[in-house]
Design a protein. Structure first.
Lengths: 322, 410
């Protein structure tokens, strides 16, 4: 691999893109360190856990070219499992989170075994169908509490820090969030990540090189489910509730929307997208305007006006600053 | 050409970004100014969904009438009403509740709709020591197992709603029951109360089926109800769900085949939506009816002038809780929740909604409720004239007595 190799889509040399991503990460870290002094911390924590979902969708959509409509299943199941083990079993935050994320990832393995056999439209439909199965399981299952949701999940403590304190909780969520961000950064800048991009561009070529695209897709899908599960468990921890909207397909849609608005195939795009979407959801609930209508308009605006998303378009402006 | 297009797109983008930035800056500064000055009370409700007619925007109007009645301010601060649409999502509702308390220093919730969300808010209110008044939520748990010193249940609950009705219907020989239940906290509580009441009065429950909130197609549930052979098909849901169940039961000919369809908690808006020809003759407990006397008619007229519809019992109850709370704050010159609670415990309250209102230590506001019958189309003198009061159930008989309460507060 030499340094002048180009990324097919963005036409930015690899090293350059790498630098941009480092700058992006630094900016994100600075933002989330400074922001809680000015912005309501719970809002930021919500944005972070949603951003993790956005990143997981983006990992598939942006780097492998797989549009998944099933990520709410991992997000929601993990939220429910975290809530159940933390509340009913009294397992504590760390252990409950471990179990919840493992559960979500395992579900990802199941999904992947079926879904990666198909491509494009069929892939999206299969993930959607599987996620709906999980949704209706959660509607019927006793432990989810039906429309009331699983309420009053204890925040507890971790490594001796009481998470009842908003600042401790913020620190914990930020750490998990950064872990996910660096995790994605590592994946997409590894030989494995290069293979994913190659599959996105030309799967037949990859096969001709002697690699199996399906295996790579399988692994990418499971990694993506792993990330979405972390997001779900964190969300349940922050809001002390896991409920049906977390597993509903609209949540999968939110994940796709966040990636799309922020910029698919960019590292920090989903984070910007998540901040934007969460801001819109919270702001509009009080104004009384329909959140869903506004999200639809936003989606159309993105597709028609700035198809590469906020971060993608900003990346294009970069050449003027040389 | 292509180049030109690109420039315009960038322009649009930058203009959009600038506009978004300007909006967010102005929202932040507006929020900051408002937060110092006003005395905030809040309503979490359903603005567009299945219960929006019985509560929804109308509860905001009712609360505003109460605010205007105390002169728009208490303790020298302007009263600001926050009202938000939780869309029946516990997620959204509890996040909003938390934000209102933590960031905007909300003093009290004057209504929370959806029993499941209300129980969550009640816990939050207890943790943060804020008063919370409930009118639209009807689960009896608010003053039972989920009770605390900060939650006050102003309107009717599932116990009050079921007891008298079950016994009076069973006396008429309608002694086998089937329930169609909304699958969330309210439905579950209603089913449990009804189960208890029917068995106490010597009836039998032959079955029950649960449907998700905001269901549109009730056919499979209605078929099960028909197959059960029960004499009474009781509907334990509310708003649009109740309306849809009744209408579809009508289409399936449930009544024609000898089963009686009853709604356990119909609201004025439901009767308005279904129509008297279907609803006539139904007896139920109504905590308040706009046409019951001159005082209630006077409030109803004020409400109608602003909103164009007659108030439901929920909306009247929100008016009442807002009014009594603000009056107490002004009279006691404090917003301390415990002082205000003590004031409600010590005094008997009366207004357009409350008759002989007396707060019990478990958070139950007891007041007179009414056994009503829905008029026939011939009896009705016009739009909104739907109910006649058969009997008054006095405050101390209407609700679960304190001795039988599961709440440890005495």
């Amino acid at each position: 691999m030499n340094e002048t190799k180009t990324n097919v889509q963005s036409n930015i040399p690899v090293l350059d893109r790498w630098n941009l991503e480092i700058i992006g990460i630094v900016l994100v870290v600075l933002f989330f360190l400074v922001a809680p002094f000015f912005i309501y911390p719970v809002f930021l924590m919500k944005a972070m856990s949603y951003a993790i979902l956005g990143m997981s969708v983006n990992l598939l959509l942006g780097y492998v070219g797989l549009l998944s409509f099933g990520h709410a299943a991992f997000f929601g199941l993990s939220a429910y499992m975290f809530g159940h083990f933390a509340k009913e079993m009294d397992f504590g935050v760390a252990l409950s989170m471990l179990i919840a994320v493992s559960g979500g990832t395992l579900l990802g393995v199941l999904f992947a075994m079926i879904a990666v056999r198909r491509i494009e439209f069929y892939f999206a439909m299969i993930t959607l169908a599987l996620a709906q199965l999980v949704y209706f399981f959660c509607v019927q299952a006793e432990f989810t509490g039906g429309d009331d949701g699983l309420q009053g999940i204890p925040r507890g403590e971790i490594l001796g820090f009481s998470l009842l304190e908003n600042s401790h909780l913020y620190g914990f969520v930020l750490l998990m969030f950064l872990f996910c961000l660096l995790f994605v950064f590592r994946i997409i800048n590894s030989p494995f990540g290069e293979m994913l991009k190659a599959i996105r561009e030309n799967p037949e070529r990859v096969t001709s090189l002697g690699c199996s695209p399906r295996t790579y897709k399988f692994i990418a899908f499971v990694l993506s489910a792993f990330l979405a599960s972390i997001g779900g468990a964190l969300k349940a921890l922050v809001f002390q509730i896991a409920a049906l909207p977390d597993v509903h397909w609209l949540m999968s849609g939110d994940g796709v929307l966040m990636a799309l608005v922020g910029g698919i195939g960019t590292l920090i795009g989903p984070i910007v997208g998540a901040l934007f979407i969460v801001w819109a959801q919270d702001g509009l609930a009080e104004i009384g305007m329909s959140v869903v209508v506004m999200q639809g308009l936003l989606f159309m605006a993105t597709v028609l006006l700035f198809r590469k998303g906020i971060v993608g378009e900003l990346g294009r402006l970069k050449k003027y600053f040389r | 050409m292509a180049n030109k297009f690109r420039t315009s797109r960038r322009k649009v983008l930058s203009m959009g970004a600038a506009a978004a930035a300007a909006i967010s800056i102005s929202m932040v500064t507006m929020g900051a100014v408002a937060d110092e000055e006003t005395f905030k009370i809040g309503i979490l409700t359903d603005m567009t969904g299945t219960f929006s007619d019985l509560g929804g925007p109308g509860t905001g109007v009712a609360a505003q009438i109460a605010i205007d009645e105390v002169g728009g301010s208490v303790l020298g601060r302007k009263v600001e009403l926050l009202i938000a649409d939780h869309q029946h999502k516990a997620n959204v509702g509890l996040a909003l509740a938390r934000e209102w308390i933590e960031r905007r220093d909300l003093k009290a919730f004057v209504d929370v709709m959806n029993s499941g969300i209300a129980i969550g808010v009640n816990k939050l209110a207890g943790d943060y020591k804020r008063l919370a008044f409930y009118s639209a939520a009807a689960t009896d748990k608010i003053s039972e197992s989920a009770c605390n010193e900060y939650g006050i249940h102003w309107n009717t609950d599932t116990y009050a709603q079921t007891n008298a009705v079950a016994s009076s219907m069973i006396e008429q020989g309608l002694d086998s029951w089937f329930f169609i239940v909304a699958d969330y906290e309210f439905g579950h509580a209603m089913q449990a109360s009804m189960d208890e009441a029917v068995k106490k009065a010597g009836g039998t429950v032959v079955g029950a089926v649960r449907h998700p909130l905001q269901t549109l197609d009730f056919s499979s549930y209605i078929l099960q109800a028909q197959a059960s052979g029960a004499k009474v098909v009781a509907i334990a849901s509310g708003g649009q769900d109740t309306v849809n169940t009744i209408k579809q039961a009508q289409e399936f000919g449930v009544t024609q085949r000898g089963q009686k369809v009853v709604a356990l908690l119909p609201y004025l808006s439901d009767i308005h939506a279904v129509g008297l020809d279907v609803m006539q003759g139904l007896r139920f407990i109504d905590p308040w009816y706009w046409g019951m006397d001159d005082q209630s008619k006077e409030f109803a007229q004020r409400f109608f002038d602003r909103f164009g519809k007659m108030p439901t019992s929920v909306q009247a109850s929100v008016y009442s809780s807002t009014l009594q709370y603000l009056k107490a704050v002004e009279e006691l010159q404090t917003d301390d929740p415990m002082t205000i609670r003590q004031y409600f415990l010590d005094n008997t309250l009366n207004d357009a909604f409350l008759r002989n209102g007396k707060l019990l230590p478990n958070g139950r506001m007891t007041h007179d409720v009414y056994l009503v019958e829905i008029k026939t189309p011939e009896e009705s003198t016009g739009e909104w004239d739907y109910e006649k009061v058969i009997a008054t159930v006095p405050a101390d008989k209407a609700f679960r007595p304190l001795e039988a309460s599961a709440c440890p507060l005495r």
